[in-house]
Design a protein around this ligand. Structure first.
Ligand SMILES: Nc1ncnc2c1ncn2[C@@H]1O[C@H](COP(=O)(O)OP(=O)(O)OP(=O)(O)O)[C@@H](O)[C@H]1O
Length: 256
C-alpha cells in the first residue's frame, strides 16, 4: 500500500477515536504591535472517553486552547475538528448549534440561572435547542451527578459543590462529544473540589464521556488520564497517568 493510502487510513482511524483534534492551531488577538500570540501552532488529539487536564503558567494559553477546542472561538490559523467536523467550514448558525448540542461547558462560577430549579437549569440547553426534554433522561442525568433528591431546589438552596454538580448535569444533558471545564473546582473548598473531580472521573469511567479540564492545581490534574502542558502558547509536554507530585515537578521546572 502506498504511503498516501496508509496515511489516509491512519487519519480516518484517528478521527474515529478522537473527540476533538487541533492541528497547527494559532490564535492571535489584536493586530500589529498590539498583537498577542495566545496559541502558536498547537497540535493535540483528545481521545474519546478520556480525561485530559490542561496546565501551564498564567497567560500560557489554557483558556484560549479550551475556547478554540470547544468552538467558542475560531483560530486565526490551523484546524479544529470537533465530532468529525472541521469547525472552520461551519456558518455562525451551524457553529452555535454545534456548541449547544455537541459541547458541554462547566465554568468556575457555575453560571446557573438563579430563578430556575436544578432540573430546569439542566433542561435549559435542550429547550434552547428546541427539544422537548425527556423526563426519564433528565432524572437519569441528575442521578448520575448525585442530585436525584435536589431536582426542585434553586441554586441558592444548594451548596457550592451541589451547584457545580447541577452545572455538570446541564453540560451532559445533550450527550455532548466533549465536556469542557475551565477551573471547575476554583470556587470550591478542597474537599468539595475533590468530590467534583471524582464525579468528572466517574462520568468518564462509568459513562464514557470525554472531559477536557483547565486547572492550576496538580492534585486536580492527577485525576486525568493525561496532562498537556502549555507554555507561551505552545504545547510543550504531555504526561500520562499523572501523579500530583509529577505534575507539580513539571510545573516548577516550567515556571522556573
Ligand atoms: N480577548 C483577548 N484579547 C486580547 N488578548 C487576550 C484575549 N484573551 C486572552 N488574551 C491574551 O492571550 C494570552 C493567553 O491567555 P489565556 O487566557 O488563554 O491564558 P491562560 O493560560 O488561560 O491564563 P490564566 O491561567 O491566567 O487564566 C494572554 O497573554 C492573554 O492576555
Amino acid at each position: 500500500m502506498g504511503r498516501r493510502a496508509t496515511s489516509v487510513i491512519e487519519a480516518r482511524a484517528a478521527a474515529a477515536t478522537s473527540a476533538v483534534s487541533l492541528t497547527g492551531v494559532t490564535k492571535v488577538y489584536g493586530r500589529g504591535s498590539e498583537a498577542v500570540h495566545a496559541l502558536r501552532g498547537v497540535d493535540a488529539d483528545i481521545r474519546r472517553g478520556s480525561f485530559t487536564a490542561v496546565m501551564g503558567p498564567s497567560g500560557s494559553g489554557k483558556s484560549t486552547f479550551l475556547h478554540c477546542a470547544a468552538g467558542l472561538d475560531r483560530p486565526t490559523d490551523g484546524r479544529v475538528e470537533l465530532a468529525g467536523t472541521d469547525i472552520a467550514t461551519l456558518s455562525e448558525t451551524k457553529l452555535t448549534k454545534l456548541r449547544r448540542t455537541r459541547v458541554g461547558f462547566v465554568f468556575q462560577a457555575f453560571n446557573l440561572v438563579g430563578s430556575l430549579t436544578a432540573e430546569q437549569n439542566v433542561t435549559l440547553p435542550l429547550r434552547l435547542a428546541g427539544e422537548r426534554p425527556d423526563k426519564k433522561w433528565v432524572r437519569e442525568v441528575l442521578g448520575r451527578v448525585g442530585l436525584a433528591d435536589r431536582a426542585k431546589h434553586r441554586p441558592a438552596q444548594l451548596s457550592g459543590g451541589q451547584q457545580q454538580r447541577v452545572a455538570i448535569a446541564r453540560a451532559l444533558v445533550t450527550r455532548p462529544d466533549v465536556l469542557f471545564a475551565d477551573e471547575p473546582t476554583g470556587a470550591l473548598d478542597t474537599r468539595t473540589g475533590r468530590e467534583v473531580l471524582a464525579l468528572l472521573r466517574q462520568v468518564v469511567d462509568g459513562y464514557g464521556h470525554t472531559v477536557v479540564m483547565v486547572t492550576h492545581d496538580p492534585v486536580a490534574a492527577s485525576y486525568a488520564d493525561r496532562v498537556v502542558f502549555l507554555a507561551d502558547g505552545r504545547l510543550v509536554d504531555t504526561l500520562d497517568a499523572p501523579t500530583a507530585e509529577a505534575v507539580a515537578d513539571r510545573m516548577i521546572h516550567m515556571e522556573g
